[in-house]
Ligand binder design. Structure first.
Ligand SMILES: *Cc1c(COP(=O)(O)O)cnc(C)c1O
Length: 690
C-alpha cells in the first residue's frame, strides 16, 4: 500500500469513534507510532498529522502493519454486518422511534476532553450502547474550545487550572456545513453544527466560536462549566434551544427527546414554540412535549441543580416567552417548586420535571431520594405518590475492559460483542474461571498499574522540578492496592481515610502485608473546597508513613480511570450518604475481579449482596459532619484491618489467596451482568416507547 492509501484508511477508521471500544483498531493506530500515540493521549488524527513521512512509509511497506489494519477494518465490517437487537426485538413495536439525547457533556475518549466527570461518562457510555443495540438515536451537545480543563497539582498541592485551545482539525469530527441562529436575549447567536460519529450514533455538537461574531456569543462554547452563572445560563439556552434548531437543520425529527440532566431543559420550550407556531394551543403543546420527553435527574446535591433569577431567564428567553405567550412570572412558575412565590428562582430541574412524562433517578436509592426531594414541585406530601422512578446506571463494558482481560473473557465468558442484548448475561459463566487464572490477571493488571503510577509520578515530579527517581521506588507490584478516583467534590470526601492517619500508617507500612493507595480526581475550577481536598491528599502522600505508599495522579481522565479501575484490587467509595446518586466508577473494577469497599450509597445497596465486596459502616446518619466523618473513617479503616488485609494475605500452599479470589470471582459473576449500559439502555428504550 502507498502512504497515501494508508492515510486514507486510517482516517476513515478514526472518524468512526467505534474505535474507542475496539482494541483491534486501537492497536492499528498505536502501531503507526507508539510514542506519538501516547504523547497525543491516543488521538489518531493528531498522530496522522504529526507522524514523519519516513515512518509512515515504513508502516505502509510493513506486512505486520497491513495485517493490523485489515483486522481493524474487518472488526468494523463485523460490527455493522449483523442485525441489531433493535432490528429484531423492538422495531415492530416501535417502527417510528427516533430518540434525541441532550447532554452538556459526552465522554467518548480521553483524547476528546469534552467532559468533566460521571455525567459525561454516563452519556458517552449510553451513546455507545445505543449504537451496539441499534437504537435509532442521535446525541446533541456543545463542542468546547478548551474542553473542560487540564489539572496540574503544584508542589504545594494547589490546583493549577490550564485551558488548552483544542485544534478542531485534530478531532474526529466533520463539519455538517449547517449553521443555526439561536435566539438569545433579542439577538441571534450563530453556531456551527459539527458531527461526531460514534458507531451508529451521530452526535451533533454546536460551536459558537465563529470568527467575526461578537465575543459574548463566541464565549458560549469556550469551556465546559466555565465562567459565571450568567454565562452558564446563556450556554444552556444554546444547548436546549440551539440544539433543537440544529436537529431541525440536519433534518433529524426525534419522536422522543431525552434530557440527560436539567441543563438542556430549554429544549422543551423550543419544542412548545414550534408546535404553537403550527397552531397548537399552549396546553396542547405542553401535553405533546410532555408525552414525548424523558428526563433523567442526576444528583441529590442542591448545588447540582441550576437555579437562575427569573428576570435573567426572561431576558435571554424573551423571544420564546413572546411566542408561547407567557409573562416573566408565568414562565418562572413553570420552573418553581412553589408557583407564585416570586422570590423563588428559576430551576432547570423543575422545568425538566414539568415538561417530561417519564422522570427517573439513576439508582434505586436515588429514585427514593428524588421522590422526597421533589414532592413539593408536584404539590404532593407523600413521596410515594411522586411520579419519579429510577433506571440504575451502568458502564459500557467494552470501553472499560482492559485488553489484558480479553483472553480470559473469550475463553470462559464468551461474550458476543456484536450481538448485544440488554438481557444477555454471559457473566453468570464467570464462576467457571479457575482461581489461578483470575489471580494471574489480577497480578498482570496490578503490575501494569504500578508501572503507570510510577511513570506519571516521575513526570509530575519532573515538571515540579523535583527528583523523579523517587517515583521508581514508589509502590510494589505485589502489595494490596486500593484506589480512589472521583471528581473531588466535597461530599465524596477523598481524604476521609486519613482521619485515622495513625492506624492507616501502621497498615500501609507493615513490611509483611504492605498496602498502597492511589488517588486521582479533579475538582471543579471554582470549587475551592474540592481543591483543598486534593491538596490534603497531596500533603498526606508526602508524609513519612505514607510516602512511597500513597500516590496522587494528576488529570483524572478516561485513561487514568481505565488504568485505576482495572489495576486496583479494591475500589474505595466514601461519600456522605445519600449524596452519591450512582457512582459508576465502582462498576468498572468488577470487570477485572476488583472488589468494592463502599458506603451503602448510590448503586452499591443494589450491587452488594454480602459476598461480592464490602459495605463500609452501616447506614447511620449523624447531624454533625464531624461525627459522621469520624464514624465513617473508623468503619473504613476497621474493615481494612479486620477483613481486607488479612484476607488478601492469607495464602495457601499454592501461593493463592483463595478466599480473596473467591470474593473477586463473585464480584465478576454478580456485577457486570447487571450494571452495564446495555441493560440500562434496554430499560430506557422501554421508557421511550411506553
Ligand atoms: C467512571 C468515571 C467517572 C464516574 O465516576 P463516579 O464513580 O461517578 O465518581 C468519572 N470520571 C471518570 C474519568 C471516569 O472514568
Amino acid at each position: 500500500m502507498t502512504p497515501k492509501t494508508l492515510r486514507k484508511r486510517i482516517h476513515a477508521l478514526a472518524l468512526d469513534l467505534r474505535w474507542t471500544w475496539c482494541p483491534k483498531t486501537q492497536a492499528a493506530f498505536a502501531a503507526i507510532d507508539p510514542l506519538l500515540w501516547e504523547a497525543t493521549n491516543r488521538a489518531p488524527l493528531e498522530v496522522l498529522r504529526r507522524v514523519t513521512e519516513a515512518r509512515l512509509l515504513a508502516c505502509a511497506e510493513d506486512a505486520g502493519f497491513g495485517k493490523a489494519l485489515d483486522a481493524a477494518e474487518k472488526a468494523s465490517a463485523a460490527y455493522y454486518g449483523g442485525k441489531t437487537w433493535f432490528d429484531t426485538k423492538v422495531k415492530k413495536k416501535a417502527p417510528r422511534l427516533r430518540v434525541a439525547y441532550f447532554c452538556s457533556e459526552f465522554a467518548i475518549h480521553e483524547s476528546l476532553q469534552q467532559y468533566s466527570g460521571g455525567l459525561g461518562v454516563l452519556a458517552g457510555d449510553h451513546v455507545k450502547s445505543a449504537s451496539d443495540l441499534g437504537v435509532p438515536f442521535v446525541g446533541v451537545g456543545l463542542l468546547y474550545r478548551h474542553g473542560y480543563y487540564i489539572q496540574e497539582i503544584a508542589a504545594d498541592g494547589s490546583t493549577r487550572v490550564l485551558y488548552p485551545n483544542v485544534d478542531f482539525g485534530d478531532l474526529p469530527i466533520t463539519d455538517t456545513g449547517v449553521e443555526v441562529l439561536c435566539p438569545l436575549g433579542g439577538k441571534e447567536v450563530r453556531a456551527k453544527v459539527w458531527r461526531q460519529q460514534v458507531g451508529r450514533v451521530p452526535l451533533f455538537l454546536l460551536d459558537a466560536d465563529i470568527e467575526g461574531e461578537p465575543k459574548a456569543h463566541r464565549e458560549l462554547t469556550q469551556g465546559l462549566y466555565k465562567g459565571e452563572p450568567d454565562l452558564r445560563l446563556r450556554q444552556q439556552v444554546l444547548l436546549g434551544v440551539g440544539g433543537m434548531l440544529a436537529l431541525e437543520a440536519v433534518k433529524q425529527r426525534p419522536t422522543v427527546v431525552h434530557l440527560n440532566e436539567g441543563h438542556a431543559a430549554f429544549a422543551s420550550v423550543e419544542r412548545m414554540r414550534g408546535l404553537m407556531a403550527k397552531g397548537k394551543s399552549f396546553d396542547k403543546a405542553l401535553e405533546a412535549v410532555k408525552a414525548s420527553t424523558v428526563f433523567t435527574t442526576h444528583t441529590p446535591v442542591p448545588a447540582g441543580h441550576d437555579r437562575y433569577g427569573a428576570a435573567d431567564v426572561a431576558k435571554y428567553m424573551r423571544t420564546h416567552l413572546k411566542a408561547i405567550g407567557l409573562s416573566k412570572e408565568a414562565f418562572a412558575d413553570m420552573a418553581r417548586e412553589n408557583p407564585g412565590d416570586k422570590l423563588e428562582p428559576f430551576c432547570m430541574t423543575v422545568l425538566g420535571l414539568r415538561t417530561a412524562h417519564r422522570v427517573n433517578g439513576v439508582a434505586k436509592l436515588h429514585g427514593e431520594i428524588s421522590r422526597d426531594m421533589w414532592k413539593g414541585a408536584y404539590g404532593l406530601d407523600t413521596p410515594d405518590d411522586v411520579p419519579i422512578g429510577h433506571i440504575t446506571n451502568g458502564v459500557h463494558t467494552r470501553t472499560w475492559l482492559a485488553p489484558e482481560a480479553e483472553a480470559m473473557y473469550t475463553k470462559w465468558i464468551k461474550p458476543k460483542w456484536n450481538s448485544a442484548d440488554p438481557k444477555a448475561n454471559p457473566w453468570a459463566k464467570a464462576d467457571k474461571i479457575p482461581l489461578e487464572v483470575l489471580w494471574e490477571l489480577r497480578k498482570t493488571l496490578r503490575a501494569k498499574l504500578v508501572h503507570f503510577v510510577r511513570t506519571r509520578l516521575a513526570r509530575q515530579a519532573e515538571r515540579r522540578g523535583e527528583d523523579p527517581s523517587e517515583a521508581w521506588r514508589t509502590f510494589d507490584d505485589n502489595a494490596l492496592t486500593l484506589g480512589f478516583a472521583r471528581r473531588f467534590a466535597t461530599y465524596k470526601r477523598a481524604p476521609l481515610i486519613f482521619k485515622e492517619a495513625k492506624r492507616l500508617a501502621a497498615l500501609l507500612g507493615d513490611p509483611d502485608r504492605p498496602v498502597q493507595i492511589v488517588f486521582a480526581g479533579k475538582a471543579h475550577p471554582r470549587d475551592g473546597g474540592g481543591q483543598e481536598l486534593a491538596q490534603m491528599v497531596h500533603k498526606m502522600a508526602a508524609k513519612p508513613g505514607f510516602r512511597g505508599r500513597v500516590a496522587l495522579i494528576e488529570e483524572y481522565d478516561m485513561r487514568v480511570g481505565r488504568m485505576l479501575t482495572s489495576g486496583c484490587d479494591v475500589w474505595l467509595n466514601n461519600p456522605i450518604r445519600p449524596n452519591e446518586a450512582s457512582g459508576t466508577s465502582g462498576m468498572k473494577p468488577p470487570l477485572h475481579g476488583g472488589l468494592n469497599a463502599s458506603i451503602l450509597d448510590g448503586w452499591w445497596p443494589e450491587g452488594f449482596d454480602g459476598t461480592n465486596g464490602w459495605a463500609v459502616g452501616d447506614e447511620s446518619e449523624f447531624k454533625s459532619r464531624t461525627k459522621q466523618d469520624a464514624y465513617d473513617a473508623n468503619a473504613l479503616v476497621t474493615v481494612l484491618e479486620k477483613e481486607l488485609i488479612p484476607m488478601f494475605y492469607q495464602r495457601g500452599k499454592d501461593g493463592l489467596p483463595k478466599k480473596w479470589l473467591e470474593k473477586a470471582r463473585r464480584s465478576l459473576v454478580s456485577v457486570p451482568g447487571t450494571f452495564n449500559t446495555s441493560r440500562m439502555v434496554g430499560e430506557y428504550v422501554d421508557a421511550y416507547i411506553s
